[in-house]
Design a protein. Sequence first.
Length: 348
Amino acid sequence: MTAVAPTAPTAPTPPAATRHPSPAPRLTPWLVRLHRPALCVWAGLVVLLSAALLWLGGPLTDASAAAWEQYNACAGTSRCAYDQPSILLYKEVYSATTIAVLTLPFLVAAWAGATLTSRELETGTAQLTWAQSVSPVRWLTTRLALPAALVLAGTGLVVTLHHLAWSAAWGRVDTTKPWSDMPTFYAGGPLTVALALLGLVVGVLVGLLWRRSLPALGTSVAATAGVFALVHTALPHLWPSVTQVRPRGQGGPSGAGILVDEGIVTSTGARLPNPYCGGDDFPDCRTAHDKLDAVGYYRDFHPFSHYWPLQLMATALLCALVGVLVFVAYRVLKSRTGGTPRGARTTS
């Protein structure tokens, strides 16, 4: 008989329950690679708009201010030589950059609704990520945190530059928009930054609900526009207004600012809507005021000193809404996935 050599003992195979799961993928680099084209477009847009605003607040403002000095020095003479192209160029660039700044929140909403969550849910990429030991909560957090930081940084930069450009021209360029001009008011304050953040969160939430890119895109833009309209309507009432009252003989009150309400005051102190028939110089209007027992006019408005209170109150309102929508987004995700990694194995 031949002797059989003993075989070396083999290590026991660990049971499936004790095998370590594969390491979770790094979500941030993956998110950057996935949305690199959008990141490049956003960076390019912010850089170009920032350069235009620096040009507007520097050389264009100086040239336009010098042209207005030339024009005002003419003192109404029939012939006047002044740099009219500089005045027109300033107005055109100011209008274009203001519109561009106000468009940013809607661009963010469109991108977030079309790609940030809806596309991955539509193509199944999100489900594959959840199967690799990544919880849906972590997946959603990554898609909120990094884009939010980029949106806040980019929008905050251009809004600041717009406000500085407007301030540089105030009192120097005769055609400078007043602070109460609504596009100027929105484009130069933190309210637009909060609106851009809202557009991002709305896009993420709508993407979770629709799970389809095109419907989510349209819904996100429409919802952001709807919120903007509501904030615009509520804005004059977010801070106590100032009231001006003038007797009938002195005409209606006037003053720069955001109008809240105006009308006529009766002899009993009651306020009535303005009939908008004109002043007492017109016989028909004078008769109408006499029938209403009008003794004066009132005007409720916000002066320039209310600029920052209105901005901050509206911004706080939008930030509160952003917080509510973020909470709703997590609740929607949890209700549809359970909030745990799909395919993750337990360890003993």
